[in-house]
Design a protein around this ligand. Structure first.
Ligand code: 5GP
Length: 180
Protein backbone atom coordinates (compact mmCIF):
# COMPACT_ATOMS: atom_id res chain seq x y z
CA UNK A 1 0.00 0.00 0.00
CA UNK A 2 2.84 2.38 0.87
CA UNK A 3 5.31 1.56 -1.88
CA UNK A 4 3.18 0.36 -4.79
CA UNK A 5 2.37 2.91 -7.48
CA UNK A 6 -0.70 2.81 -9.62
CA UNK A 7 -0.55 3.53 -13.36
CA UNK A 8 -3.37 3.99 -15.88
CA UNK A 9 -4.61 0.79 -17.50
CA UNK A 10 -4.58 -1.23 -14.29
CA UNK A 11 -0.81 -1.42 -13.95
CA UNK A 12 0.73 -1.64 -10.50
CA UNK A 13 4.36 -0.62 -10.24
CA UNK A 14 6.31 -2.28 -7.46
CA UNK A 15 9.75 -1.23 -8.68
CA UNK A 16 11.06 -0.31 -5.26
CA UNK A 17 10.81 -3.84 -3.80
CA UNK A 18 10.07 -6.46 -6.53
CA UNK A 19 10.61 -5.43 -10.16
CA UNK A 20 13.70 -3.21 -10.10
CA UNK A 21 15.12 -2.74 -6.64
CA UNK A 22 14.46 -5.98 -4.74
CA UNK A 23 13.84 -6.52 -1.04
CA UNK A 24 15.53 -9.83 -0.18
CA UNK A 25 14.04 -9.97 3.32
CA UNK A 26 10.53 -9.62 1.88
CA UNK A 27 11.41 -12.10 -0.91
CA UNK A 28 12.44 -14.61 1.78
CA UNK A 29 9.20 -14.09 3.73
CA UNK A 30 7.15 -14.52 0.55
CA UNK A 31 9.01 -17.71 -0.36
CA UNK A 32 8.44 -19.07 3.15
CA UNK A 33 4.74 -18.37 2.73
CA UNK A 34 4.70 -20.27 -0.59
CA UNK A 35 6.49 -23.16 1.17
CA UNK A 36 3.81 -23.13 3.89
CA UNK A 37 0.91 -23.01 1.43
CA UNK A 38 2.30 -25.74 -0.84
CA UNK A 39 3.58 -27.87 2.07
CA UNK A 40 1.30 -30.79 1.20
CA UNK A 41 2.37 -30.84 -2.46
CA UNK A 42 4.96 -33.16 -3.91
CA UNK A 43 7.30 -30.95 -5.95
CA UNK A 44 10.55 -31.88 -7.72
CA UNK A 45 11.30 -28.59 -9.47
CA UNK A 46 10.36 -24.90 -9.47
CA UNK A 47 9.72 -23.26 -12.84
CA UNK A 48 9.52 -19.53 -13.53
CA UNK A 49 9.89 -17.05 -16.39
CA UNK A 50 12.52 -14.34 -16.72
CA UNK A 51 13.08 -11.84 -15.37
CA UNK A 52 10.98 -10.96 -12.35
CA UNK A 53 9.95 -14.49 -11.41
CA UNK A 54 13.55 -15.55 -10.86
CA UNK A 55 14.09 -13.87 -7.47
CA UNK A 56 11.09 -15.40 -5.66
CA UNK A 57 11.63 -18.74 -7.43
CA UNK A 58 15.26 -19.07 -6.37
CA UNK A 59 14.37 -18.15 -2.77
CA UNK A 60 11.70 -20.85 -2.73
CA UNK A 61 14.06 -23.33 -4.39
CA UNK A 62 16.62 -22.64 -1.69
CA UNK A 63 14.07 -23.10 1.10
CA UNK A 64 12.67 -26.32 -0.41
CA UNK A 65 16.13 -27.46 -1.60
CA UNK A 66 14.84 -27.92 -5.13
CA UNK A 67 16.27 -26.97 -8.54
CA UNK A 68 14.87 -23.90 -10.28
CA UNK A 69 14.56 -23.51 -14.05
CA UNK A 70 13.54 -20.31 -15.78
CA UNK A 71 11.82 -20.04 -19.14
CA UNK A 72 13.63 -17.73 -21.56
CA UNK A 73 11.93 -14.96 -23.50
CA UNK A 74 14.54 -15.00 -26.28
CA UNK A 75 15.39 -18.15 -28.18
CA UNK A 76 19.17 -18.64 -27.98
CA UNK A 77 20.97 -20.25 -30.97
CA UNK A 78 22.86 -22.62 -28.71
CA UNK A 79 19.99 -24.17 -26.76
CA UNK A 80 19.80 -27.94 -27.12
CA UNK A 81 16.51 -29.85 -27.19
CA UNK A 82 14.51 -26.64 -27.25
CA UNK A 83 10.80 -26.60 -26.52
CA UNK A 84 8.91 -23.47 -27.54
CA UNK A 85 5.55 -21.98 -26.79
CA UNK A 86 3.87 -18.67 -27.50
CA UNK A 87 2.85 -15.94 -25.09
CA UNK A 88 0.55 -13.06 -25.88
CA UNK A 89 1.67 -9.84 -24.23
CA UNK A 90 -1.25 -7.65 -23.31
CA UNK A 91 0.95 -4.63 -22.54
CA UNK A 92 2.87 -4.92 -25.83
CA UNK A 93 -0.07 -6.32 -27.86
CA UNK A 94 2.08 -8.92 -29.61
CA UNK A 95 2.88 -12.61 -29.47
CA UNK A 96 6.39 -13.77 -28.59
CA UNK A 97 8.12 -17.14 -28.33
CA UNK A 98 9.33 -18.46 -25.00
CA UNK A 99 11.61 -21.48 -24.68
CA UNK A 100 13.06 -24.08 -22.39
CA UNK A 101 15.48 -26.93 -22.91
CA UNK A 102 13.93 -30.34 -22.29
CA UNK A 103 17.29 -31.23 -20.70
CA UNK A 104 15.93 -29.48 -17.61
CA UNK A 105 12.33 -30.71 -17.54
CA UNK A 106 11.26 -34.33 -17.91
CA UNK A 107 8.19 -36.52 -17.54
CA UNK A 108 9.44 -37.39 -14.04
CA UNK A 109 9.06 -33.78 -12.88
CA UNK A 110 6.31 -32.39 -10.68
CA UNK A 111 6.62 -28.65 -11.10
CA UNK A 112 5.46 -25.57 -9.26
CA UNK A 113 5.22 -22.38 -11.34
CA UNK A 114 6.19 -19.12 -9.61
CA UNK A 115 5.83 -15.60 -11.02
CA UNK A 116 5.59 -12.03 -9.80
CA UNK A 117 2.20 -11.04 -11.28
CA UNK A 118 -0.92 -12.84 -12.40
CA UNK A 119 -2.89 -10.58 -14.72
CA UNK A 120 -4.53 -12.25 -17.75
CA UNK A 121 -2.63 -15.49 -17.24
CA UNK A 122 -0.90 -15.44 -20.63
CA UNK A 123 2.62 -15.96 -19.27
CA UNK A 124 1.35 -18.85 -17.13
CA UNK A 125 -0.44 -20.45 -20.09
CA UNK A 126 2.72 -20.24 -22.21
CA UNK A 127 4.77 -21.90 -19.47
CA UNK A 128 2.12 -24.59 -18.95
CA UNK A 129 2.43 -25.35 -22.69
CA UNK A 130 6.14 -26.07 -22.19
CA UNK A 131 5.43 -28.24 -19.13
CA UNK A 132 2.93 -30.22 -21.20
CA UNK A 133 5.39 -30.67 -24.09
CA UNK A 134 8.00 -31.97 -21.64
CA UNK A 135 5.43 -34.44 -20.30
CA UNK A 136 5.95 -33.03 -16.79
CA UNK A 137 3.19 -32.60 -14.23
CA UNK A 138 2.02 -29.15 -13.10
CA UNK A 139 1.44 -29.16 -9.34
CA UNK A 140 0.35 -25.56 -8.87
CA UNK A 141 1.11 -21.90 -9.43
CA UNK A 142 2.18 -19.24 -6.93
CA UNK A 143 2.09 -15.49 -7.59
CA UNK A 144 3.33 -12.61 -5.47
CA UNK A 145 0.51 -10.38 -6.71
CA UNK A 146 -2.74 -11.30 -8.44
CA UNK A 147 -4.89 -8.62 -10.07
CA UNK A 148 -8.35 -10.08 -9.61
CA UNK A 149 -9.95 -7.59 -12.02
CA UNK A 150 -8.14 -9.30 -14.90
CA UNK A 151 -9.03 -12.76 -16.17
CA UNK A 152 -6.02 -14.90 -15.30
CA UNK A 153 -7.01 -16.04 -11.82
CA UNK A 154 -10.44 -17.22 -12.93
CA UNK A 155 -9.05 -18.87 -16.05
CA UNK A 156 -6.38 -20.84 -14.18
CA UNK A 157 -8.73 -21.90 -11.37
CA UNK A 158 -11.36 -22.95 -13.96
CA UNK A 159 -8.63 -25.08 -15.58
CA UNK A 160 -8.27 -26.81 -12.21
CA UNK A 161 -4.87 -25.30 -11.39
CA UNK A 162 -3.99 -24.93 -7.69
CA UNK A 163 -3.35 -21.16 -7.49
CA UNK A 164 -1.92 -19.33 -4.48
CA UNK A 165 -1.53 -15.54 -4.60
CA UNK A 166 0.11 -13.74 -1.69
CA UNK A 167 -1.53 -10.38 -2.34
CA UNK A 168 -4.74 -9.93 -4.28
CA UNK A 169 -5.44 -6.51 -5.77
CA UNK A 170 -9.17 -6.13 -6.32
CA UNK A 171 -9.12 -2.68 -7.88
CA UNK A 172 -6.72 -0.09 -9.27
CA UNK A 173 -9.22 2.27 -10.84
CA UNK A 174 -8.99 5.96 -9.86
CA UNK A 175 -5.35 5.12 -9.12
CA UNK A 176 -6.21 3.78 -5.70
CA UNK A 177 -4.84 0.41 -4.63
CA UNK A 178 -7.56 -1.79 -3.16
CA UNK A 179 -6.18 -4.96 -1.56
CA UNK A 180 -8.45 -7.89 -0.67
P1 5GP B 1 -0.25 -12.11 -17.64
O1 5GP B 1 0.55 -12.97 -18.54
O2 5GP B 1 -0.82 -12.85 -16.44
O3 5GP B 1 -1.28 -11.31 -18.33
O4 5GP B 1 0.75 -11.04 -17.05
C1 5GP B 1 1.79 -11.50 -16.24
C2 5GP B 1 3.09 -10.82 -16.57
O5 5GP B 1 2.92 -9.47 -17.00
C3 5GP B 1 3.91 -10.79 -15.30
O6 5GP B 1 4.97 -11.72 -15.43
C4 5GP B 1 4.41 -9.38 -15.17
O7 5GP B 1 5.73 -9.34 -15.62
C5 5GP B 1 3.56 -8.56 -16.14
N1 5GP B 1 2.52 -7.76 -15.47
C6 5GP B 1 1.18 -7.87 -15.62
N2 5GP B 1 0.53 -6.94 -14.91
C7 5GP B 1 1.46 -6.22 -14.27
C8 5GP B 1 1.40 -5.09 -13.38
O8 5GP B 1 0.35 -4.56 -13.01
N3 5GP B 1 2.59 -4.63 -12.90
C9 5GP B 1 3.78 -5.18 -13.27
N4 5GP B 1 4.88 -4.66 -12.73
N5 5GP B 1 3.88 -6.22 -14.12
C10 5GP B 1 2.73 -6.75 -14.62
Amino acid sequence: MEDGKCFPGGILKVDSFINHQMDPMLMKSMAEEFARRFASAEITKIITIEASGIAPAIMLGYILQLPVVFVKKKTPKTMENMLTSQVYSFTKDRVYDVCLSSDFLSSEDKVLFIDDFLANGNAAKGVFGLIEQAGAHLVGAGFLIEKSFQNGGKMLRDMGVWVESLAIVDDLSDCKIVLR
